[in-house]
Design a protein around this ligand. Structure first.
Ligand SMILES: Nc1ncnc2c1ncn2[C@@H]1O[C@H](COP(=O)(O)OP(=O)(O)OP(=O)(O)O)[C@@H](O)[C@H]1O
Length: 240
């Protein structure tokens, strides 16, 4: 579904991402973890068209989307959320999501129907008429996911959608991610909460200093000595 081939990104003298390869199959959830500054968000930005990679290719369903602008990548079927959630505060929840749907259709009635469907999936349907600015943080995170879903993605990139949520909100967000996958969407998720990564991921990719440090099944990756040393810490096995 999504294939990243040898992506690198250079910022001046800093190689933020270095020759990363990864694949995500249909309906698969891949967790992307690593220390702060490892290059995870930069990799997302290269995939989603925020800026072009310095080297490498991104393929969506076998077609190159490398170097396309963000709205073109979105139209091709890849959507993302941002770490910092920025809804149009004055618009209603529904209208914020309609803005996402307009990327796929210029028929307003159709966009509204797609937006309403997304809000049902994310559990925000009963808040559709309130101003987006009035939503508390968990609601704003759901709104961000709704906007991405309204673009009808085949692949969804989630960037720390659980940050700032309390434990019961996190459990609900895990169920939401599973529900999105059940709709056939492939997901690449950056998340620091290991509870979340182990719950949702079919596979985990670990980045460190811009490069891929490890990849595999959650149980294998979380017991990998190099991963424990670089990211999880020696206490993880005992307490994680
Ligand atoms: N636009 C940019 N210009 C210059 N340097 C950048 C830019 N974006 C990121 N960097 C640098 O690239 C490196 C990787 O950053 P990145 O945000 O991708 O890491 P990350 O793994 O997502 O970290 P975190 O978990 O803290 O979000 C960092 O050293 C960062 O300072």
């Amino acid at each position: 579904m999504l294939e990243v081939r040898g992506i690198s990104k250079q910022f001046g003298g800093l190689r933020a991402v270095n020759d990363v390869h990864l694949r995500i199959g249909e309906g698969e959830i891949v967790g992307l973890i690593g220390p702060n500054g490892a290059g995870k968000t930069t990799l997302f930005n290269c995939i989603a068209g925020a800026f072009p990679p310095t080297e490498g290719q991104v393929l969506l369903e076998g077609r190159s989307i490398t170097g396309l602008k963000a709205h073109q990548v979105c139209r091709a079927g890849l959507a993302r959320t941002y770490q910092i959630v920025k809804p149009f505060g004055g618009l209603s929840v529904l209208d914020n999501v309609v803005v996402g749907a307009i990327n796929q259709t210029h028929n307003i009635a159709e966009a509204r129907r797609i937006a309403e469907e997304a809000l049902v999936l994310t559990g925000l349907a009963d808040r559709r008429d309130v101003p987006a600015a009035s939503l508390p943080l968990p609601g704003r995170k759901r709104l961000e996911i709704s906007r991405a879903l309204a673009t009808r993605p085949k692949v969804l990139l989630l960037d720390e959608v659980m940050a700032g949520l309390n434990p019961s909100e996190v459990e609900k967000a895990i169920l939401l991610i599973e529900a999105i996958r059940a709709h056939g969407v492939s997901i690449l998720i950056i998340e620091h909460l290991m509870r979340v990564i182990t719950a949702v991921s079919d596979r985990i990719v670990v980045m460190n200093h811009g490069s891929k440090l490890a990849e595999g099944l959650p149980t294998d990756v979380l017991n990998d000595k190099a991963v424990i040393q670089a990211y999880l810490g020696e206490d993880f096995g005992a307490h994680g």
